[in-house]
Structure formats: C-alpha cells, structure tokens
Design a protein around this ligand. Structure first.
Ligand SMILES: [Zn+2]
Length: 196
C-alpha cells in the first residue's frame, strides 16, 4: 500500500485524485510517517513556488504560452514555427522548474531530513520536465510516469509542468516514451540545461 499511496501523493497534494484514491491515501497517511512528510514537502514546494511565481514576471509569459499550446502538435505537427515555439516554451518551463528545484534544495538544506532523499531533488538521475496536455487524465499521467520508470519530484506548476526524476540508464527511453504519448505536450531534459 505504501508504494501505491506514495505514487499518488503529487496528485493528492494537487487535490485532483478520484474520491476513492483520495480516501486510500488519507487512510494510509494516518499510519505512514514517510508519506506524511512527503505530503508536507510537496505542499511546501507548491506554496513556495506559487509565492515565487506571483513575484516573477516570467509567470504571465508562461501563462500566455501555455494558453497558446492548448492544442499541441495537432495543429501543425512538423511546422518549424511550432517547433520554435515549443523550444521557447521548453526554455521557460525549464526556468520555472529550476526555481522549483532551487526551492526544493533550499528546503532540504534548511531541514536536514534524511528520508527526504527518497524523492528530493538531490537524488541521482536525470531530471525531466513534463507538461501534460490539458485534457490528459490523472490516471493516464500516472501510468505514463510509472511506465517510464520515473518519479514525480516537483510540480505541478501553475502551468501544469511536472518535474520527473528518472534513473540515468532509463533517461533516453523515458524521454522517448513520454514524447511519443498523445497525453504529453512537452518533455525536456532539465539535466541537459533545457536543450533538446
Ligand atoms: Zn507511505
């Protein structure tokens, strides 16, 4: 049950789980200190990021771009214009993710909590930024994350970007799998500095 609950926590914090799943997590949280702390950490990251985004003039640009990519790929799958826009968006998403990661690391250094290393940004492995399509369902997102061998370590941002960590050995296959999914609008390797 722990593994299942643990996997659901980002969506639990985001308050987008089905009622059944939310109750499962609620029940598990009563008896699992690790998951309680994980929820606290995820909430911290979210709150800190929300505060930061309000002060940050990148945010309106991101929102504008995000609105423009509501129909990603379908509009013009191979258009160079779209590719340029996607690159620019990726860069901005990576920038925001870097803010999240910075905050995560900041929280880490303030708090000296050993179990946090299970999922904290300080873990080993590649970092991917993933933006799911607005119409993607939570269950589809979770299945994709699971199938790619990744773990959510941050997000969602106000713009719906998640930060995933994936073992280095699986980075290429995870990226390929995510990029090929119709549920994914964008995937970028943050470890590589946001350059595809
Ligand atoms: Zn647990």
């Amino acid at each position: 049950m722990h593994a299942e609950a643990d996997r659901l926590l980002p969506w639990y914090v985001n308050d987008t789980l089905d009622e059944d799943e939310r109750q499962q997590v609620d029940q598990h949280l009563v008896e699992c200190l690790h998951c309680q702390q994980e929820v606290a950490w995820l909430r911290n990251v979210r709150e800190e990021f929300a505060t930061q985004a309000e002060q940050d003039d990148v945010s309106p640009k991101m929102q504008h771009l995000h609105r423009r990519m509501r129909n990603p790929r379908r509009a013009s799958p191979t258009s160079p214009v779209w590719q340029r826009r996607e690159r620019r968006l990726a860069w901005l998403v990576a920038l925001q993710a870097a803010v999240i990661l910075g905050l995560g690391i900041g929280l880490l250094s303030q708090q000296h909590v050993p179990y946090r290393t299970l999922s904290a940004p300080g873990d080993k492995g590649a970092l991917l930024i993933v933006v799911f399509n607005a119409q993607a369902r939570e269950a589809q997102m979770r299945e994709l994350v699971r199938a790619s061998g990744a773990r959510i370590v941050g997000g969602p941002t106000a713009q719906g970007a998640y930060v995933l960590r994936v073992p280095d050995a699986r980075e290429a296959s995870a990226r390929k799998l995510l990029a090929a999914s119709p549920q994914v609008a964008l995937v970028e390797d943050l470890s590589a500095g946001g350059n595809p």
